[in-house]
Ligand binder design. Structure first.
Ligand code: NAG
Ligand code: NAG
Ligand code: NAG
Ligand code: NAG
Length: 382
């Protein structure tokens, strides 16, 4: 019952952190201030990265939109697209691209391209839906793409489209791969053209990545170290025996269950994102999963306290246990590199893990003092 309540608490904390992580505020202050010479749109939204805005009018009889996508173009090319399949961020995206051709008197070029994979040079290609009136315009440092499109149907009566936007350089007259920093890799979201609702990090893939990060940081990176601290430092108090054991087991088991959920979201993400290999992160994750599973099964094979093999079992259990903690923390920082969330998330985790480290250090010293005092007491009156 105590463990049940505890698990409930963990789930509450998890879900509130996840909500915090995922929610984002949309102000639309930038796009509202933009007016076009001869056009006007019913909706607009400030895209969260890359200084971009999207403006559109929805026509419900033809299920079409007339849109304007404006972006800072100092990088070179700009692009916006929607992904009707949505299982991947890029693959399947139906995109519009615009750039200035400097060898052609600075004429603006626009084209459509259907993105089949991660190595695309954004060649001209037809889209899966009807496009009319495609044009582009350069004003100061910004490029705007205009077009009218018939929205492709989504499966399951969904009305929220996944969309992405991007900017990239032009090298030797050819459109080149976009930068791989967070502002670019997180340039995706979802949008309901009919209601105007949009979410910045609402793209299902990005949402899954963030959830994966939160779940794993909490289970592998916070709960497991807490469980180790319980086992190592409560044991020295006679009154806490065998409570420490049950506490340790409960915390580690729930951390393991949540951790496995996080691990499987990671494997799924890896399978869904062909073209992007996070080999180190993946291998570490699989190794962690195997070691942690071993730990769970080792519990069942534990020899009794005074069995002659218990020493070996203890050595094995402790070495694997500490390795899991160290590798988990390393892998969480690898994950921070990959996701590159706002600094506050990394700082929050650094804060938590160093507090745990500080607590462990104080407890370690206290334990030594208690143990040495006990030895002394035994020595004085054997
Ligand atoms: C389309 O929009 C108009 C005006 O907002 C509304 O009256 C009508 O019911 C809508 N039609 C459909 C099929 O949603
Ligand atoms: C897009 O073009 C079609 C065909 O010309 C037109 O019927 C539709 O109203 C346009 N959509 C918008 C939102 O203007
Ligand atoms: C730019 O214009 C030149 C001359 O028209 C053309 O040969 C070249 O392919 C264009 N480059 C791009 C990237 O469109
Ligand atoms: C989609 O909407 C139609 C009509 O509103 C409904 O009959 C159908 O069951 C819905 N399909 C799904 C998969 O929700």
């Amino acid at each position: 019952m105590a463990s049940c309540r505890y698990l409930l608490l963990v789930l509450c904390v998890l879900s509130s952190v996840a909500t915090l992580f995922i929610s984002s505020s949309a102000q639309n202050a930038r796009c509202s201030a933009i007016s076009f010479e001869t056009r006007s749109y019913n909706f607009c939204t400030d895209l969260p990265t890359l200084d971009s805005t999207l403006h559109w009018t929805y026509d419900n009889t033809s299920n079409s939109i007339d849109f304007a996508y404006r972006s800072d173009a100092s990088e070179g090319w700009v692009a916006w697209g929607i992904n009707p399949t949505g299982s991947s961020i890029m693959r399947g995206t139906q995109a519009f691209v615009a750039y200035i051709n400097s060898t052609d008197n600075g004429a603006i070029n626009t084209r459509t391209t259907s993105i089949e994979g991660y190595s695309t040079s954004l060649e001209q290609g037809d889209l899966s839906f009807a496009v009319s009136g495609l044009s582009g315009e350069m004003v100061e440092n910004t490029i705007t793409i205009f077009a009218n499109i018939t929205l492709p149907p989504l499966s399951g009566n969904r009305t929220e489209y996944n969309h992405i936007w991007q900017v990239g350089p032009i090298d030797n007259g050819a459109l080149s791969v976009h930068p791989l920093v967070a502002a670019n890799t997180q340039a995706a979201g979802s949008i309901d053209f009919q209601s105007g609702a949009s979410t910045g990090v609402g793209n299902s893939v990005i949402r899954r990545r963030n959830t994966h990060g939160v779940i794993n940081a909490l289970s592998w990176g916070v709960l497991m170290p807490i469980g180790v601290i319980m086992a190592r430092y409560l044991r020295v108090f006679k009154a806490a025996d065998p409570a420490w054991f049950y506490l340790h087991m409960t915390i580690q088991t729930s951390a393991y269950i949540i951790g496995v959920a996080g691990f499987s979201t990671g494997i799924q993400l890896g399978n869904d994102s062909e073209g992007i290999e996070q080999t180190e992160h993946r291998i570490l994750g699989i190794a962690l999963f195997c070691c942690a599973t071993l730990q769970v099964f080792a519990l069942l094979l534990r020899p009794s306290k005074d069995h002659k093999y218990r020493r070996f079992w203890n050595f094995y259990h402790h070495s694997i246990g500490y390795s899991v903690i160290v590798l988990s923390i390393i892998n969480i920082f690898e994950g921070f590199e990959i996701l590159s969330p706002e600094n506050k998330w990394k700082n929050a985790y650094i804060g938590i893990i160093s507090s745990l480290g500080g607590i462990a250090l104080i407890l370690e010293i206290t334990t030594w003092i208690i143990v040495l005092n006990r030895k002394k007491a035994h020595g004085a009156n054997p």
